[in-house]
Design a binder for this molecule. Structure first.
Ligand SMILES: [Zn+2]
Length: 154
């Protein structure tokens, strides 16, 4: 697994040269993942531009559009492998809905309920005043904050 800060630097879209494939393959290897054709194809879609939040279903639709034949189950597996390898962060808004964030740095999210979309909240805009002691023998890895919003009627 890659350290989150390192993954974030390596996958910063502003750093990509014109051909990203060799870089993506190198990053996958560094993260301990064999750069299979499907993983590289999905990495190319995920890390194609600006940082983004994507659901498995959205990535599946993008893969189909780009001509990559891959099942939704494979998309799920790959997203979770990327997350476990430190390349993505998962933001769960409810039991049936997860987004995968290409920005693994510390930050929080608004969930726009009527649009089913998340947007970033900078880390310094939220102050977590105090945290409980973690259970014995455990350490806190991350604090997720999802602020739910919806449009004001009328
Ligand atoms: Zn985010």
């Amino acid at each position: 697994m890659l350290d989150n800060a390192l993954a974030n630097r390596l996958l910063d879209p502003r750093r990509w040269p014109a051909s990203r494939r060799p870089c993506l393959m190198a990053v996958l290897r560094m993260a301990g993942l064999r750069p299979t054709r499907q993983r590289v194809a999905l990495a190319e879609l995920l890390f194609a531009g600006k940082h983004r939040h994507v659901s498995a279903e959205e990535l599946h639709a993008e893969a189909e559009k780009s001509g990559t034949k891959v099942s939704l189950a494979t998309i799920y597996n790959t997203l979770h492998q990327f997350r476990e390898a430190g390349l993505l962060r998962e933001v769960t808004v409810d039991a049936s809905r997860s987004y995968f964030d290409t920005d693994t740095s510390d930050h929080y999210h608004f969930y726009i309920e009527d649009e089913r979309r998340i947007i970033d909240i900078p880390a310094d805009a939220v102050k977590v005043a105090s945290l409980p002691e973690p259970p014995a023998g455990m350490t806190i890895t991350h604090v997720d904050v999802v602020v739910r919003v919806r449009k004001i009627e009328g």
